[in-house]
Design a protein around this ligand. Sequence first.
Ligand code: SAM
Length: 174
Amino acid sequence: MRGYFGIGCEGISKAHNLGAMMRTANAFGASFVFTVNAAHDARKINKTDTSRTIKNLPYYEWDALADMRLPQGCALVGIELTEDSIDLPSFKHPNNCAYILGPEMGSLSPQMQARCAHIVKIPTKFCINVSLAAALTLYDRTLSCGGYPPRPVRPGGPDLAAVSDWNVPNLSKK
Ligand SMILES: C[S@@+](CC[C@H](N)C(=O)[O-])C[C@H]1O[C@@H](n2cnc3c(N)ncnc32)[C@H](O)[C@@H]1O
């Protein structure tokens, strides 16, 4: 998969949600994780993040939006249910980006939304848990950018004879 991504939260209030998000980010291959206005005790984060992301990846804790420093060329992508958000299944993920999610009891701040290059929503009837929203976003990135071939017409797996044509990282081609 080309490029890299980071993922973070603004104002998240529960360390276990942050830990769940970090564990998912680590599992999907994040290059960095971050919080904005949401510092939490590492021991509490690690209760749900058994992969110990903050020991293994860069972790930025920015006190405020004004302190946030993303790498050059890294697009900020807001994940938020707003009227104007782009539906995730029709969104083209930037190669290099940072996804930002909002707090449990609110939404991404208007200032953060204004800073985003894109805002994307997951097509649900109402808000879902923030760490689950992170997982679905990263799964969608993997599905759409991971080099998988189109799905077969018939139920079941793909034609294994074509496996050598795929470009899926870490895929065993036995
Ligand atoms: C539980 S929601 C926040 C509460 C919600 N704003 C409300 O009105 O009750 C926490 C965060 O998860 C993300 N989120 C949850 N469901 C989402 C969805 N369907 N699409 C995009 N983001 C979502 C957003 O980042 C949101 O700020």
